[in-house]
Design a protein around this ligand. Structure first.
Ligand code: ADP
Length: 539
């Protein structure tokens, strides 16, 4: 009897697939709103029920075009309801949705669609120019255009709405949970972009964990506005988490300027939103300029991640009664890996301690294992002093890249090397000190570019700051700060150095400051240090 109990369980081996999320949205959240702002600014309203029904027809239409199990369907779309329909239809029919970032260069997009061997592509009409820039590089079997203007699509393309209206809804097939569901390329800060292929199981578990109260906290009472694009690590999993939980979903389309996003937050009573820090910097400036313009009392939390969140951003939004929560993740981790929620032990602590805690990247999500190892491969202590490269593993962490490239990013014992250099405290809370390629090593001592950037951005005149290493005969490397000032503000290098000297040792201060009107950003909205290096390091 005991042997029998140990050798087998009585539990059903139920597959964890996105199909269950689609069916749940269709059955239980059919009336919940899905709101899209069109490129024209017009608002269109639909529901999860309607999206799921259309997804069934879309699956039928794509099958008629020859899309079969495992085939890649590329999307060149904004955050809009058609994109959600594709998020539902493509994985649920057994194919793979491959979201493309329209902000990449044409040669990168050409490389990516070829590497992924995309079969069909669905393009928003407003992105046809981008599509034309790489169209000839790859032989798509069909091009489908989401057409808002009512103009006829070109003779070589198919119209999305006509395709749907001519198709019959399909029964969703039973799928293996290990089947590929979606695909996304890393923005490739080094080398060529690399593809990450997510399984149904990975995205289903990711959605469940993302929805948890101490994670991104998505519930049926929320109105979720992902500013983070659906082509950037699945909008951090929010569309699936919202469909699972039955949250209202507001999809902002291409207009992501601060005023447009704040307008949408106010008019749609948004409770949670998410995006990279550069987006929120603009939002904060708009709120500071016109604090009374937007009624945001329902906006409960702003999830900010993808790059370090400076303390000035937490303080700035707190002044407006808005709570910023930092999260850490990567394309390779689907992306959620850690969330920084203030622990109860700090509730009554000094504000300074609270802010210091909130600028950390957070505690690993459930089922997400972390460790940090030094240059000799030794695991570093969780004492908040020793530094090492963060390595991770878990059910939604990549075990390889598409096509087997980048094998050096995985350890022989199955961990993914993040390239982030961290300290971990005794509670397991991560603090990113740098990316391994961004660290400055001066006279044998590490200088954290992240620390310098955070302190610079706390100066009232500074809008943006990035620190890079420049070769130095005496010290090996020295930090150089590239700064953009707020409109109308002035600050000299001496003044900025004095500001930094309040908190940092003299040898850590940048010797050189360069000023730019705006810092160059990557396609995912992070400071582009490669460009700064090319521009300033040889100068
Ligand atoms: P890429 O590496 O191409 O920019 P990702 O969008 O996957 O692609 O970025 C992942 C990286 O972004 C992480 O390895 C880390 O360096 C950085 N990052 C993500 N979230 C944070 C955060 N909260 N704080 C600091 N850095 C972050």
């Amino acid at each position: 009897m005991i042997v029998e109990m140990l050798s087998g369980t009585s539990m059903d081996d139920y597959p964890l697939t996105l199909t269950s999320i689609v069916e749940r949205a269709e059955r239980y959240h059919a009336d919940q709103d899905v709101i899209s702002r069109r490129p024209s600014g017009a608002i269109s309203r639909t529901t999860f029920g309607a999206c799921a029904r259309r997804a069934r027809r879309l699956a039928g239409a794509l099958a008629d075009l020859g899309v079969g199990s495992g085939d890649r369907v590329a999307t060149l779309l904004w955050n809009q309801s058609e994109h959600l329909e594709l998020y539902f239809a493509v994985p649920a029919m057994g194919a793979v949705i491959h979201t493309l970032n329209p902000r990449l260069f044409p040669d990168e997009l050409a490389f990516i669609v070829g590497d992924a061997q995309d079969k069909v592509i669905v393009v928003d009409e407003s992105l046809l120019d981008v599509f034309e820039s790489f169209r000839t590089a790859h032989d798509f079997s069909h091009v489908v255009v989401v057409n808002h203007s009512g103009d006829a699509v070109d003779t070589e393309s198919l119209d999305y709405e006509s395709l749907l209206s001519g198709a019959d809804p399909v029964e969703l097939p039973a799928l293996d949970e290990r089947l590929a569901a979606a695909m996304c390329y890393t923005s490739g800060t080094t080398g060529r972009p690399k593809g990450v292929v997510y399984s149904h199981r990975a995205l289903t578990l990711h959605s469940l964990v993302a929805a948890l109260p101490d994670q991104l906290e998505v519930s049926a009472r929320d109105t979720v506005l992902p500013v983070v694009p659906m082509f950037h690590a699945n909008a951090w999993g929010l569309p699936y988490a919202a469909a699972l939980a039955g949250a209202r979903l507001v999809l902002p389309g291409p207009r992501l300027d601060p005023e447009s996003v704040l307008d949408l937050c106010a008019s749609e009573h948004v409770t949670m939103t998410a995006g990279v820090p550069t987006v929120w910097m603009g939002m904060l400036a708009a709120l500071d300029a016109e604090p009374e313009r937007w009624e945001l009392s329902e906006l409960d939390r702003l999830i900010v991640g993808g790059a370090a969140v400076p303390r000035s951003m937490f303080e700035g939004f707190d002044r407006h009664g808005l709570t910023v929560i930092q999260a850490w993740g990567m394309t390779e981790t689907a992306p959620l890996g850690a969330v920084c929620r203030r622990p109860a032990r700090l509730d009554d602590g000094p504000r300074d301690d609270q802010y210091r805690y909130r600028t950390r990247q957070g505690v690993a999500s459930p089922f997400f294992d972390i460790r940090a190892r030094d240059e000799n491969g030794q695991a570093v202590a969780w004492d908040d002093a020793a530094m090492g490269e963060l390595e991770v593993r878990g059910p939604w962490v990549a075990a390889s890249y598409h096509g087997g490239r980048g094998a050096e990013n995985f350890t022989p014992d199955g961990w993914f090397k993040t390239g982030d250099v961290v300290r971990i405290d005794t509670y397991g809370c991560i603090r990113i000190c740098d990316r391994s390629k961004d660290l400055v090593k001066s006279g044998g001592e590490w200088i954290s570019s992240v620390d310098l950037e955070n302190h610079l951005m706390s100066h009232p005149a500074v809008a943006q700051a990035a620190v890079i290493a420049v070769p130095d005969d005496r010290w090996g490397e020295r930090p150089l700060a590239v700064v953009s000032l707020r409109d109308g503000a002035t600050a000299s290098p001496e003044e900025l150095r004095e500001h930094l000297a309040q908190d940092l040792a003299k040898w850590q201060l940048p010797d050189r400051f360069e000023f730019m009107e705006a810092l160059p950003c990557t396609a995912t909205g992070k400071f582009k240090k490669t460009e700064l290096r090319t521009r300033f390091v040889s100068a």
